[in-house]
Each structure stands twice: as structure tokens, then as C-alpha cells.
Design a protein around this ligand. Sequence first.
Ligand code: ATP
Length: 324
Amino acid sequence: ITKVGIFTSGGDAPGMNACIRAAVRTALYAGKAVTGIYHGYQGMIDGNFWEMNSRSVSNIIQLGGTILKTARCDAFRTKEGRQLAYDNLKAAGIDGLIAIGGDGTFTGAEVFSREHDIPVVCVPGTIDNDLYGSDFTLGYDTATNTVIEAIDKIRDTAASHDRLFFVEVMGRDSGCIALNAGIAGGAEAILLPEKNTAIEELCKMLEGAAKGNKSSTIVIVAEGEANGGAYHVAKEVKARFNFYDTKVTILGHLQRGGSPSSFDRVLASRLGFAAVRHLFAGANRVMVGLWGNEIRTTPLEEALGNKAFKLSEDMLEMMDVLSI
Ligand code: ATP
């Protein structure tokens, strides 16, 4: 490999910049050229490239978002779109790719590298922590800390007014952010997509909290179809008993931004470094990930074929015990 193309794709996540920095410098250190590809797969199709040097990634380790921008690109889902992308990469002399993103990005990488002779190594970058093959994904730790900060603030007003707050957090089909932030923020109840909690069961918990003279109650609701969202849950609870003043807060996109935590910066650096090293060593269609305290590779096919379940039973049980 003589020239590495690097891009971010799908939803942005804190730590992507730290990863770009690590990957760029690791490749330059090995004497290779590096091209940044703007807007993920869209940039490949548009030929939107940036010849990078060591200074291109100065002063970005602490920044959220991604300096390479990101996008969702439907044209890349077509064979013609991918052919165009390949032609542009070839013309630019790019002969290896580092992709930072979520499962959609991995799927695109898998399809592309089977069709064309450019190897790809992927890095898990999404706040959802919903990927198999890494204990943690880039951005998850920062997002969870952002949620805890918000819960702490909501707790102040909830306690002052004896209110019941429903706080909706991100995570799509994964309850990782909800469970961990809920435990760290002392939530009274957590509704997870992985665990079907009936409204009656939740009401029983809330009744217990009210009888126990709790001055504030916070329920964390993971976004997504599973429970219908925080507004829906709040309405259902209100319809059953209304002794509480009920409020809903949807944290939304503020969970995506912000300066990456030290954990995310170190993880991003390790994964970016490892991804480039593996690419140079001949790896293709693999992702790098953290297993315990080791960085390992997993074939994309295996990563995409397995569901990541990262909630431990002891935490679920502990949640009920600690919220009395
Ligand atoms: P996040 O988890 O933050 O949503 P993601 O990487 O899963 O990130 P997606 O929008 O699902 O985000 O995927 C990113 C891009 O990957 C898509 O916009 C598309 O260009 C490409 N992609 C996804 N699936 C495929 C596929 N089956 N074939 C080709 N390209 C794909």
C-alpha cells in the first residue's frame, strides 16, 4: 500500500477526530501518503479528496464531530455508485482504506472491497455502542458522560418541584447509554429496548418511589420503537395516576457533540493506530476493536452477523435493587 484513504461515515461521534489524527500520523510515520475523503462514501463518488500531512491533524484530538465531515449516501448502495467511487479512488492513487463509522458503514465497506481490489479496515465509531467486535465504540463514553451531566441538572429541578421526569436518551436499538447513564445518574427506573417493561410494572415502581417519600423521580427511556418514546410513556403513566407533576426531556443531538473524554481519545488513538498497522500488514474486510484491554481484529462478516449484547444481567438486577 502506498496511499491510504481515510473517511468517516454515518453518524458523527466524539473521538472520530482523535482517530483520524492517529491513523494519518501512523501512515505518514511509515512513509505512506494519506488522502482524506470528505463526507464518507459521498466524497468517494464526488472525488472530494484532501491530500493530508502531519499538520492537517494538528489541534483536533480534543474536538467533537469530524473534520472530514460525514454523510449518508444512497448512491453507494448501487453497483454504479460504487464503480464511480472506485474509479475516483484509483485515479487518486488510493490503494487502501480506513473507514470510521457504524454498522452501515461496515456493510458498505464489506460490499465495496468484495467488488474491487482496495482493502478496507474499519474502526467502530458510533455513540450507540451497538457493534459486535469491540467492548466499546468511539464516542459512547463521552455520550454517556454528557447524559449523566444532563440527568444531574434535571435532578436539581426535579427535586425542587417534586417532579417526575422522563428523560429520553439515544442508542437506537441498544440500551447501553440508557442503562449506564441511568445507573450513574441514580435513575429510579430505566426502560430499555432489550427488556420489555410493561407500563403497569413501571407504575408499580413509581408508586413505590412515591410511598418511599422520594422527592424526585427520574425515568430514563431509551429512544426507539420498543417503548414508544418518552412522551408516550409519560402519557401512559399520567393516565394511570396523576399525583406527580410529569415532565419530559428529550436529550437528542446534544448527546452526539462535545469534546471526547480521555477514554475516547485514548481508544480512538489505539484503534486508529492499529487499523493502519493491520492494513499495512495485509488485513482486509476486518474491524479493529477493544477486547478487555487488547486491540483485536474481527472479520466484518462476523461482526455484522452477530448481535452485540452488552448489558450484563448483574447490572439489570442491580438497577432494581438500588432504585428503592
Ligand atoms: P450510525 O450507527 O451512526 O447510524 P452507520 O455507519 O450505521 O452509522 P448508516 O447511515 O447506516 O450509518 O451507513 C452509512 C453509509 O454506509 C450509508 O449512507 C451508505 O452509503 C453505506 N451503506 C450502508 N449499507 C450499505 C449497503 N448495504 N451497501 C452499500 N453501502 C451501504
